[in-house]
Design a protein around this ligand. Structure first.
Ligand code: GLN
Length: 506
């Protein structure tokens, strides 16, 4: 009874923090009552978790920040959320996001934009975006409204907001966390992941939600999980035996991919990443420059493929089976079903989602298919090959069933992880007119370019963790005072290794 009372008090305190902070930040779009907090005692007992609004939860709305799903409450719950509840987590609310996960700023939401809660040390108050599309999840953690948040990452939507808000975010290996109950944007990329202030918090939650699920056809089967875990453990124990007592990263091979330092990078970002690399070297890691030559095509490939999958996934919202329904004007010809669709879909979808549907539909038309969709698929394979060539571990998910090992000639410099900046810049400032309407048109190319460093890992389905550059390394660097994130990327299934290196950075 005493424990229950203590948990109840904690549950109330977190909700108190939300009541105070959320009105100015708009990170959470729904908060659950404290009476819901204790579902069961377990390893995550008392841990408050916010859930991105495109992940289905029982008892609270799931709207994907879209007019299309306004007021919708799912009759079932996502596997990831169910696992959290079973472990005793306090599902504290739903987090704002870009509509259906499409965006990089958390600007395209029918709940309005989210404000980045970070306070620069200069004390100069300036409104900036939290990044997207899991911007509400990141802002809620950064503002202390919850301990952990679930987000989804299709092309960078966990890592970018983590970087902009100064917190930690993990996009796990594709297929480790079930997508069942997650509203599909681009299924071959969509990953459920975790945002938190520290790596240990991420590890705990990830450990709970990473489980085989028969209801997700892309869920990695137990055999694949075991084989890659075995290979990882062999690697980790070899690393254990190689390292001396004082240098904790002795034997770790860190690749620095030259293509991930493009000309657009802010110079102080480069400087900070160099400091991080130096600190890893001081801890015993070996730094190895590597090249991933297909990187420059990754962004275009991603936007063609993700839009194509989106156009197919979002076809179900026709206003009849699913989604908001607009009645045709009286006297109109009701046999023209297409007219009915158009009315409902034009009202239900915002400008960015409509743009993606048009783009994706075009890429899939007979005339454009070969030149766009197939070419983009080819690039995706080249990007995967680039990663497979340099990682010392094999990709057990994609090579399932084949007994092929790496051939001698395919061996380049073999590395355990890659490190690169998470984003080309710090959080972008909010332009005045965007605050009034979330449909503000800015150059999409500009915002798509923000994803240039995050999409390669998404194309390959491999784990990537963004951690903030620690404050001890920020001294006397002429930045703008806003957080900078570095990403640690590993082979499929090496999520634990990626987290270990993340801890060494922090
Ligand atoms: N910004 C990218 C997009 O809009 C990534 C989004 C995501 O990862 N959900 O597609």
């Amino acid at each position: 009874a005493i424990t229950t009372r203590r948990l109840n008090t904690a549950a109330n305190q977190w909700r108190q923090a939300i009541a105070e902070k959320n009105p100015s930040i708009n990170a959470l779009v729904y908060t659950t009552p404290a009476s819901d907090a204790i579902s069961s005692a377990g390893p995550l007992s008392g841990v408050t978790v916010a859930i991105k609004d495109n992940i289905a939860t029982l008892g609270s709305p799931t709207t994907c920040s879209s007019v299309m799903l306004e007021g919708f409450t799912s009759p079932f719950e996502a596997t990831a959320v169910k696992l959290l509840r079973e472990a005793g987590a306090d599902i504290i609310g739903k987090a704002n996001c870009d509509e259906f996960g499409m965006g990089s700023l958390n600007k395209y939401s029918n709940h309005g934009i989210t404000i980045n809660p970070y306070q620069p040390p200069s004390g100069k108050s300036e409104k900036r975006y939290p990044g997207g599309s899991s911007g509400g999840s990141a802002a809620a953690v950064a503002a202390g409204m919850c301990q952990v948040a679930l987000g989804t990452d299709t092309g960078g939507s966990i890592r970018l907001p983590a970087s902009y808000c100064g917190i930690t975010g993990l996009k796990p290996s594709y297929g480790l966390v079930s997508r069942w109950g997650v509203v599909s944007y681009a299924d071959s990329f969509d990953c459920v992941g975790v945002l938190a202030s520290t790596v240990p918090d991420i590890r705990r939650v990830f450990g709970t939600i990473s489980a085989y699920d028969t209801r997700d056809p892309t869920s990695a089967i137990p055999e694949v999980r075991e084989r890659s875990l075995e290979a990882l453990n062999v690697r980790l124990s070899r690393w254990d035996s190689e390292r001396g007592s004082e240098k904790s990263l002795q034997g770790l091979r860190v690749g620095i991919p030259q293509e991930f330092f493009p000309a657009e990078l802010s110079p102080f970002v480069v400087k900070l990443v160099r400091r991080v690399l130096k600190s890893l070297k001081d801890q015993g890691a070996t730094l190895i420059p590597v090249s991933l030559p297909s990187t420059s095509y990754a962004l275009s490939s991603y936007y063609v493929l993700a839009s194509a999958e989106a156009s197919s996934n979002l076809a179900r919202y026709d206003g009849i089976q699913y989604g908001c329904h607009v009645r045709p004007p009286p006297g109109s010809d009701l046999t023209k079903i297409s007219r009915n669709y158009a009315l409902s879909r034009s009202k239900g979808f915002g400008p960015e989602v409509r743009k993606r549907i048009l783009l994706g539909t075009y890429a899939l038309t007979a005339g454009a298919f070969d030149n766009y969709f197939l070419q983009a698929q080819r690039i995706r394979q080249l990007v995967r090959n680039d990663f497979d060539r340099i990682f010392s571990m094999r990709n057990y998910y994609l090579t399932e069933g084949s007994s092929s090992t790496k051939t001698e000639e395919s061996l380049g410099p073999q590395v355990d992880v890659l490190i690169h900046p998470s984003a080309i810049r710090t959080a972008p400032p909010i332009e005045a007119e965007d605050e009034k309407s979330s449909s503000g048109e800015s150059s999409s190319l500009d915002s798509y370019v923000q994803d240039v460093l995050t999409v390669p890992a998404s194309l390959a389905g491999i784990p990537a963790l963004s951690v903030p550059v620690p404050s001890k390394l920020l001294l006397d660097v002429e930045g703008d005072g806003w957080p900078v994130g570095v990403s640690i990327v590993g082979q499929w299934g090496s999520d634990e290794l990626v987290m270990k290196v993340g801890e060494a950075v922090q």
